[in-house]
Design a protein around this ligand. Structure first.
Ligand code: ATP
Length: 264
């Protein structure tokens, strides 16, 4: 369903995604893991037509996103790290708008909206404005909405960020259920290793733009002689902190230092 070969993305001189290759089969739940700044979001943006690669090959359901952006967009649903609901609209209206944008026929739209709002336990709240919802409800509504046009692939970029364990658990149960019932392929990122271990059938770990490991959760543990995915992940990526903001602030400090040294 997803084929990636020697994919690269450079921002100026900086290589954010460095010659990565992997495949995700139809109906598979695939976790793409890595430290902050490793290149996960950049990869998702290339897979979802939001960014053009600087090198390599991409196929989504056999189509190249660069040549068939609209056809590719119909085939996936996406939930980003940042909320994207219209807070002034009700849960139902948010679903409706998405259905209209994706040209879902009216009858199907109505039936599917009810089905998904019930699945995600939002039906009783359908007439409430999204801005009244808790973080967990908002996230559930975003995922329900992403399923509305019956996508073949669901991209979830850190969907459980900021949610409590109950909401995280429920969200993954619902995603797994829809993966089974609709056969949707799921491509997810998360920093919670316990979630990846429970939900994903296969995992790729990216670090500094390169894939450093790929396999089932069990095989990654075996290869690193560890008993938890978190330990396996640390064995592959090391335990040093990738603090992007620290780089930014040290750059800023350097600039301020240069400014003062010029004045003297
Ligand atoms: N528009 C941009 N211009 C320059 N550099 C960028 C741009 N977008 C991302 N980067 C850099 O590319 C690298 C990869 O970023 P990306 O957002 O893909 O990481 P990530 O793995 O999703 O991280 P996180 O877990 O923090 O979300 C980072 O070093 C980031 O600073």
């Amino acid at each position: 369903m997803i084929q990636v070969e020697n994919l690269c993305k450079k921002y100026g001189d900086f290589t954010a995604v460095d010659n990565i290759s992997f495949q995700v089969g139809q109906g598979e739940i695939f976790a793409f893991l890595g430290p902050n700044g490793a290149g996960k979001t950049t990869t998702i943006k290339m897979l979802t037509t939001l960014l053009k690669p600087t090198g390599g090959q991409l196929r989504i359901d056999g189509l190249d996103p660069s040549d068939n952006a609209n056809e590719v967009r119909k085939r996936f649903g996406i939930v980003f790290q940042d909320p994207s609901l219209d807070g002034d609209m009700t849960a139902y209206e948010n679903m409706e708008l998405h259905g209209v944008m994706y040209h879902v026929p009216r009858k199907t739209r109505i039936a599917r909206t009810e089905e998904l709002l019930r699945t995600f336990e939002l039906w009783e709240r359908r007439n409430d404005q999204a801005k009244m919802f808790s973080g967990g409800l908002k996230r559930r509504l975003e995922i329900a909405r992403a399923f509305l046009h019956t996508p073949k692939i669901l991209f979830l970029d850190e969907p459980t960020l900021g949610l409590d364990p109950q909401n995280r658990n429920q969200l993954w149960s619902q995603v797994k259920m829809l993966n089974k019932s609709e056969g949707v392929t799921v491509f997810l990122t998360t920093h919670y290793m316990d979630e990846a271990d429970r939900v994903a059938q296969r995992i790729a770990i990216i670090d500094h733009g390169k894939i450093v490991a790929e396999g089932t959760p069990e095989s990654l543990k075996q290869q690193t002689n560890t008993t938890s995915l978190e330990d396996a992940y640390l064995a592959y990526t090391g335990s040093s902190i990738r603090d992007e903001s620290a780089n930014v602030s040290s750059d800023q400090l350097r600039q301020v230092a240069q400014m003062w040294s010029k004045k003297r």
